[in-house]
Design a binder for this molecule. Structure first.
Ligand SMILES: Nc1ncnc2c1ncn2[C@@H]1O[C@H](COP(=O)(O)OP(=O)(O)OP(=O)(O)O)[C@@H](O)[C@H]1O
Ligand SMILES: [Mg+2]
Length: 316
């Protein structure tokens, strides 16, 4: 009988925690084909045999990897287990053998880079607005949990079979204080094309680095190219830190204001969370009050839907 991903999540997490021999866990899945490839592992579409649920399984080899690198994956899993949001990829289970790490998550259709290519290289304004809304919700949740993602880019945002955008790949994420104190990080993490200037300068940076990367992603979705491009890393760094952004002539003003706020080199002047939620671009032609009211209602709706879905599945 077919089950949903969510039922599988609770069953598998319970089972994995109690098993003494993780090696046999892999036998519960049939690997179908590769759907993604990273620096250290491959992501497969796989079938959970007993339930018939399709999942994504990332397999990472432990051979020739440093202890600290393997611990990073464990950290990522500990973090994912704590997160529960409609726009963050859901972890189903995680296990290790002596040679490999297996990470099983809900299966999505594709990542945003693939989606952009399939869509002809750029997206319509309304679609960009919808995606921006969801990424803002995901980041707001992460930051409220004291987590900085550090690697926001098109390949790390997936489109689910429910049409929702889901952030994945929290391998570089850092969990910091939840008490509202400013968050400062120093380690250099992320992908240069999407990196905030303060990261490239190796100065102290905050969770606002994620907002810069969000600006790069949204620009790319609308324009079809990232705002700063060159062939060499040195030129790229210079452009991100110094060059003016090239704005296409026909860019709608609300989108330009939204992006210019995110792509502010000075962290202090970069759009704050408070301002971001009120951004006119995210709310189409509404007045500010209408926008805030709609935003609150939409969030409430989504929460209710999400909770109801969970209840239904648990009862079913
Ligand atoms: N749940 C999923 N559903 C569909 N595709 C996925 C899923 N997870 C990952 N992918 C695909 O695989 C690619 C690589 O996955 P991911 O970003 O998690 O790993 P990575 O970049 O290799 O990570 P790492 O930095 O740990 O090496 C993604 O860009 C995406 O295309
Ligand atoms: Mg990735």
């Amino acid at each position: 009988m077919l089950q949903s991903t969510r039922t599988l999540v609770s069953q598998q997490q319970a089972a994995t925690q109690h098993t003494k021999d993780p090696a046999h866990l892999i036998e519960r899945y049939s690997l179908l084909h590769i759907i993604g490839e990273g620096q250290y592992g491959k992501v497969y579409k796989a079938l959970h045999r007993r339930s018939g649920v399709m999942v994504a399984m990332k397999i990472i080899s432990k051979i020739n990897r440093k202890r600290v690198e393997i611990e990073t994956y464990r950290e990522e899993m500990r973090l994912l287990q704590q997160l529960d949001h409609p726009h963050i990829i859901r972890l189903i289970e995680y296990f290790e053998t002596s040679t490999e790490i297996y990470i099983v998550t809900e299966l999505c259709k594709c990542d945003l880079l693939v989606y952009l290519k399939r869509s002809g290289g750029f997206l319509r304004l309304e679609e960009v607005r919808g995606i921006a809304h969801q990424l803002v919700a995901a980041l707001q949740y992460l930051h409220s949990m004291g987590v900085v993602h550090h690697d926001i880019k098109l390949p790390n945002a997936l489109i689910g079979y429910d049409g929702r955008v889901k952030l994945c790949d929290l391998g570089l994420a850092t969990q910091l204080s939840k008490d509202g104190r400013p968050i400062y990080v120093r380690a250099l993490k992320g992908t240069p094309l999407y990196m905030a200037p303060e990261m490239l300068r190796k100065s102290r940076y905050t969770n606002k680095a994620d907002l810069w990367s969000l600006g790069v992603v949204i620009y790319e979705l609308y324009v079809g190219k990232t705002p700063f491009r060159t062939s060499t890393l040195a030129d790229l760094k210079y452009n991100i830190m110094e060059e003016d952004i090239i704005w296409p002539k026909q860019i709608p003003s609300q989108l330009k204001v939204f992006l210019a706020g995110l792509l502010q080199r000075d962290q202090g002047k970069r759009t704050s969370w408070c301002k971001l939620r009120r951004e006119r671009f995210l709310h189409s032609d509404d007045t500010e009050e209408e926008a805030l009211a709609k935003d609150a209602a939409a969030e409430e709706n989504m929460r209710n839907h999400y909770n109801n879905e969970t209840k239904k599945i648990r009862l079913g």
